[in-house]
Ligand binder design. Structure first.
Ligand code: SF4
Ligand code: ZN
Length: 713
């Protein structure tokens, strides 16, 4: 037998033994009936569920899993079979990790560790859009202990600067943290745990992606392995000597299609494209990305601090802050204006007023930002699309935090960014470079002016920005499904959900919440053959349900024949499909003759008896599921929200946070459509009732309009 297969089997057999022992101990302590589950997932023990269809709910169910493990470890001298034994290791690791949650008896077993443990379903769903847009170009698993910690730090920082999501397992966690790398989900460097088995927490992310977005049926092992190989851009870097358990876990990764790059000499045991030795750490990142065929789009911006998507979630606290431009204290606004070509001088960057180094700390300044763009293909409708990106681009700067938009925002610049030399003139450089980079198809010339002079800033706010915002709001208000000529498809999510297609209309934004009709229109202009294509409104067959022949045709084409009919406004008849990254899920509550809406952030139970994750798992992967529909937050106040079934009058329950968030707009729509004041007071939430009977009681007491509508099903 080859050294490699030998090692894999040795590892798998060792994990088999450990798992058997752990299960036996747990059963002895808690009994067969003891529940076992990871927190906040609808997919049980995901690896086992996806591979076999077995829904593990209590310790007694684990016997069957141990049998599956045994059957995978054939000890035959064949690399393919040995890789299957690697999958057994993955199953064993999953069981061992799940048992930690049982042994912690309700507490978080990772609470005292530098690790996060299990990654919940809602987090995976939230990663959908950044993954499909390439904002997160890959997923790294970095495991072990580096001989020289500085090398590990360098590699992790390099991944971070490329936007790669990096999961850490083992002692490397401490090495990286001690080396000064800030960790956390929002910074894309995520410690999972110190035991090798913690690697399961990234494996189940890949596996749940297949279930959530790919519509892979539980038990379809071949489909699962094809999905992870083709669509999950993950890979493994190991540091330090390899023991048999690491090797067999690596075999599991290879079976899933993830190449393993080790920093030890594997000599003839290397497997082309799958198991590779890279001894020189300065080559690790490059060779790894090549092995997984990940191409990084770099935007080199000449500023004195790092500029990368990984810094988007960075928070700058008061004590770390050097300068602040905040609407609470000073005049602020940011506005993009379309101008004629002869009105713009390309790359003219002007600062009117002092920069942050021209006054004593602590620096507090007004800031009015005027970006003027011109181009043959530029349209006024694209102004707001570009303007919304300012937030993202500013946040890409390491040491800069931006929240809010328009004339309500806050910018903080950290001490270290200031010391590195970052100034407001660099902000203009970022805006100019990124606009010319991302919007080059429509923008030929761009000039930027920042006003930190208080009087000038106020003048810009009053005479330029506010009138512009008002005019835009008026336009948006008037922008209805009836008065545009076309809708758009969006198939961006097809890289994960191959059969899914959103239909984006002025009154129904994409279910991710990130693509409005204006965005789709701009995307079509920027990338004519790209993900957003026009849908003609001609020959409407049913304006109430929203049935258009061209929508059917486009969706049929986009879904490769999987879907034949789609309605834009019905949840019961041919509803729009979901990919999986939706902000909210809407589901029928028959007892209340209405619908429940739950947002991704809500962790509690809904009156349907299902959590967000459970409701969400009812649909997705581009499949139509009448009675369930994913959608964006903004859609809740739309006049087109399930208008075929009676519209917003059907909304009977929402989590309080969501209800409060959408209240101003939803109440306005309710007043207009239903003649009801403060409609959200009639909608139940978790602080009022969670049980279905009590919800109905509340609705009856309030005279909720859903109760008087035709039966919803
Ligand atoms: Fe994905 Fe739909 Fe959003 Fe496009 S609009 S990114 S397809 S969820
Ligand atoms: Zn999506």
């Amino acid at each position: 037998m080859s050294v490699l297969t030998d090692l894999i089997y040795a590892g798998s057999n060792a994990v088999m033994g450990l798992t058997e022992g752990a299960v036996k101990d747990a059963v002895a302590k808690y009994g067969q009936e003891q529940a076992i589950a990871f927190p906040d997932t609808a997919y049980f023990l995901p690896t086992i569920y996806a591979a076999t269809g077995v829904k593990v709910k209590n310790l007694g169910d684990l016997d069957a899993c141990l049998n599956v493990m045994r059957s995978l470890i054939t000890n035959e001298d064949d690399l393919g079979k040995a890789l299957n034994a690697g999958l057994a290791t993955a199953v064993g690791a999953e069981i061992i990790e799940a048992l930690k949650y049982v042994n912690a008896e309700g507490a978080d077993p990772y609470a005292d560790e530098k690790g996060i443990g299990f990654v919940s379903d809602p987090i995976i769903r939230s990663l959908g859009v950044p993954l499909v847009t390439g904002d997160i170009p890959g997923v790294a698993v970095v495991l072990g202990k580096a001989d020289d910690p500085a090398d590990a730090v360098k590699i992790v920082k390099d991944y971070q600067s490329k936007g790669i999501m990096t999961f850490l397992v083992g002692d490397i966690i401490d090495q990286v943290i001690d080396g000064g790398v800030k960790t956390g989900l929002e910074l894309r460097v995520i410690p999972l745990g110190h035991d090798v088995t913690a690697v399961t927490h990234v494996v189940t992310v890949a596996i749940r992606a297949a279930l959530i977005f790919g519509s892979i049926q539980p038990g379809d092992l071949a489909g699962l392995l094809a999905y992870t190989k083709d669509r999950v851009p993950a890979f493994v870097n190991t540091f330090g000597a390899l023991n048999e358990v690491v090797v067999s876990a690596g075999a599991g990764a290879i079976a899933l299609g993830f190449p393993v790059i080790a920093d030890v000499d594997l000599a003839e045991n290397q497997v082309e494209g799958a198991l590779i030795s890279v001894l020189d750490h300065t080559e690790t990142v490059k060779k790894t990305l090549e092995a997984r065929n990940i191409k990084i789009k770099v935007t080199e911006i000449p500023i004195p601090c790092a500029f990368a998507a990984a810094f988007e979630g960075e928070i700058i606290r008061k004590k770390e802050m050097y300068a602040e431009m905040s609407s609470h204290k000073n005049t602020t606004c940011e506005v993009v204006l379309k101008r004629e070509l002869d009105e713009v001088e390309d790359k003219k960057l002007t600062l009117v007023g002092p920069d942050i180094d021209e006054m004593p700390a602590p620096v507090e300044l007004p800031l009015a930002c005027v970006i003027e763009v011109a181009g043959a293909k530029m349209q006024e409708d694209f102004e707001s699309v570009i303007e919304r990106k300012i937030h993202t681009w500013y946040n890409y700067m390491e040491g800069v935090m931006h929240t809010g938009q328009r004339n309500q925002f806050r910018i903080r610049i950290s001490n270290s960014a200031y010391e590195a030399g970052l100034r407001l003139k660099d902000f203009m450089e970022v805006l100019y470079d990124m606009i010319m980079n991302d919007f080059d198809t429509v923008v030929d010339k761009c000039q930027v002016t920042l006003y930190t002079d208080a009087n000038k800033a106020k003048e810009v706010l009053d005479t330029v920005a506010i009138p512009k915002y008002d005019a835009r709001d008026e336009r948006l208000e008037a922008l209805t499904d009836e008065n545009v000529d076309q809708f758009y498809t969006c198939i961006l999510c097809q890289s994960f959900a191959p059969a899914h297609c959103c239909v984006v209309t002025p009154e129904r934004l994409g279910l991710c919440g990130a693509v409005s009709w204006l965005d789709a229109k701009a995307t079509k202009e920027l990338d004519p053959a790209g993900p957003c294509q026009p849908i003609s409104k001609e020959g409407c067959l049913d304006p109430v349900k929203g049935i258009y022949p061209d929508a059917d045709r486009m969706v049929m084409e986009a879904s490769h024949g999987a879907l034949e009919h789609i309605t834009l406004y019905s949840i019961m008849e041919d509803p729009m499909t979901s990919c999986g990254c939706f902000e909210c899920i809407c589901g029928i509550m028959p007892e209340a003759n209405g619908v429940v809406i739950c947002n991704r952030e809500f962790k509690g139970m809904t009156p349907t008896g299902m959590t967000f994750g459970e409701l969400a798992s009812m649909t997705g992967g581009g499949v139509q599921t009448p009675g369930f529909m994913g959608h964006g937050r903004h859609f809740i106040s739309s006049k087109k929200f399930i208008s075929a079934e009676g519209g917003i009058a059907r909304i009977v329950w929402m989590p309080k946070e969501l209800k409060d968030d959408v209240a101003p707009r939803l109440n306005k729509t309710a007043k207009e459509l239903l003649g009801i004041d403060n409609f959200t007071d009639m909608i139940c939430d978790e602080t009022i009732a969670e049980e279905s009977e009590a919800v109905v009681e509340f609705l009856t007491e309030k005279g909720h309009p859903a109760l008087k509508l035709d039966p919803i099903m």
